[in-house]
Design a protein around this ligand. Structure first.
Ligand SMILES: C[S@@+](CC[C@H](N)C(=O)[O-])C[C@H]1O[C@@H](n2cnc3c(N)ncnc32)[C@H](O)[C@@H]1O
Length: 397
């Protein structure tokens, strides 16, 4: 039988549903939060298909392109969803939620998560902020149908909700580039959990412990959340880059760094601390040659680079185009990471302060990423620690 209990059984079988969340998850029916038509299909005449999608441990995308129609042949950007239940439970474990805590959620979405929180903590302890008016209005209807009435707020999550502060916990369900100062002010002693990153690498949860307006945190997990609507990466499609681009050809060189090495988890995380406005994609050749092109582009679309991977080659062809030599920049960060001893992502941490807090060397509003020890700062939010030594392609790396 495919029912809400089926979802609970799946989560139990996966070992991801802890006892303290069992009752809330078992009591809140996910079906009350998912419409018959969503990104996965139109289920108005396929109730069995709807049950299979809704009561599985999968994300359900409920809005694309901010609710605007997708142009013919265009790309449908996911802009709201019901998060995959096991990922929500992973975030809640990081959040260390306990009875009586006051929680601010950023990104109401369908309201499903806010209903879990309300069931466990009491609706009076839950506030949820959503940017999109239509999304919020549906969420409020869903929440009412489920019998939960947390405080819901239409607004930019960056501002938090000062009227309900202070909070013991803040949980954000969209990816942010920086921790807004308002969060630190409104959660001066507690925990903040959010997907965090840059255009280059956004696959980390940041868990911050805040004490007296001073926050320190660590990175974990492998989330793939939709972006904060006010801080999305550029939209230049990466697939076509380097293929018959008009204008002058780019600067050509070669590198002996196998391109796949620079996009492994830890170096990609490290590079993304500095190259916050660069995206990349590994494009496998559509034959069985094993060849691939690694493409990079800046969010403004003005600079791009490609590196051609050929199996068993000793060097790889590089092309760079536009005002910024992107491969040189990536290479610089990769070598810097290597010189640090090729550390794992789990060894990095972040410090942030509000105007009233103090932290090691951190100025007002500054966010620093460090390695192992807060004194060993390796990046300041959104800035490069030093420019690449050589911003011109070398004949050979
Ligand atoms: C993954 S969905 C939320 C899932 C939700 N927790 C649930 O269980 O249904 C992320 C939501 O964040 C919202 N969002 C994005 N940027 C925001 C911002 N700056 N402030 C508030 N909400 C934002 C999106 O509109 C979207 O509804």
């Amino acid at each position: 039988m495919t029912t809400h209990q089926q979802l609970v059984r799946t989560l139990l079988r996966q070992g991801v549903l802890p006892p303290e969340w069992h009752e809330a998850v078992a009591s809140v029916d996910r079906g009350l939060f998912i419409p018959e038509v969503f990104e996965g299909g139109d289920f108005t005449s396929d109730p069995e298909g709807w049950l299979r999608s809704v009561y599985a441990d999968v994300p359900v995308v409920t809005q694309v392109n901010d609710g605007k129609p997708t142009p013919e042949g265009g790309f449908g950007l996911f802009t709201s969803s019901s998060t995959m239940p096991s990922i929500m439970l992973e975030m809640l474990a990081l959040l260390d939620v306990r009875e009586g805590r006051r929680v601010l959620e950023i990104g109401t979405g369908t309201g499903y998560h806010a209903a879990w929180l309300s069931h466990r903590l009491g609706a009076r302890n839950v506030t949820s902020v959503e940017f999109d008016e239509a999304v919020l209005s549906t969420a409020v209807k869903n929440l009412n149908n489920s019998g939960h009435h947390p405080t819901t707020v239409l607004g930019n999550g960056h501002d938090g909700h000062p009227a309900g502060a202070p909070y013991d916990r803040i949980i954000c369900t969209c990816t942010v580039r920086n921790v807004p100062r308002a969060w630190l002010e409104q959660c001066p002693d507690g925990l903040i959990v959010t997907p965090w990153g840059s255009s280059y690498f956004s696959g980390s949860f940041l868990t911050l412990t805040v004490t007296d307006g001073r926050a320190r945190g660590t990175f974990s997990g492998d989330p793939a959340f939709m972006w904060d609507r006010t801080a999305r990466p550029g939209a230049v499609p990466l697939g076509g880059i380097g293929r018959g681009e008009p204008g002058a050809p780019g600067m050509r060189s070669t590198t002996d760094i196998p391109p796949q090495n620079v996009i492994q988890d830890a170096p990609a995380f490290f590079t993304g601390l500095s190259l916050t406005d660069v995206r990349y994609r590994w494009c496998q050749a559509d034959d069985d040659s094993g060849e691939a092109t690694l493409r990079f582009v800046t969010d403004d679309g003005r600079s791009w680079a490609t590196v051609e991977y050929v199996p068993d080659a000793e060097t790889y062809e590089v092309e760079q185009h536009g005002p910024r030599p992107l491969w040189d920049e990536v290479r610089h960060e990769f070598l810097r990471w290597h010189d640090l001893g090729a550390p794992d992502r789990s060894r990095f941490g972040l410090s942030a302060v509000t105007g009233t807090g103090t932290d090691v060397g951190a100025g007002d509003d500054e966010q620093q990423v460090w390695l192992d020890d807060p004194h060993h700062v390796v990046a300041r939010a959104g800035t490069r620690m030093s420019p690449p030594a050589a911003c011109r392609p070398t004949a050979r790396d």
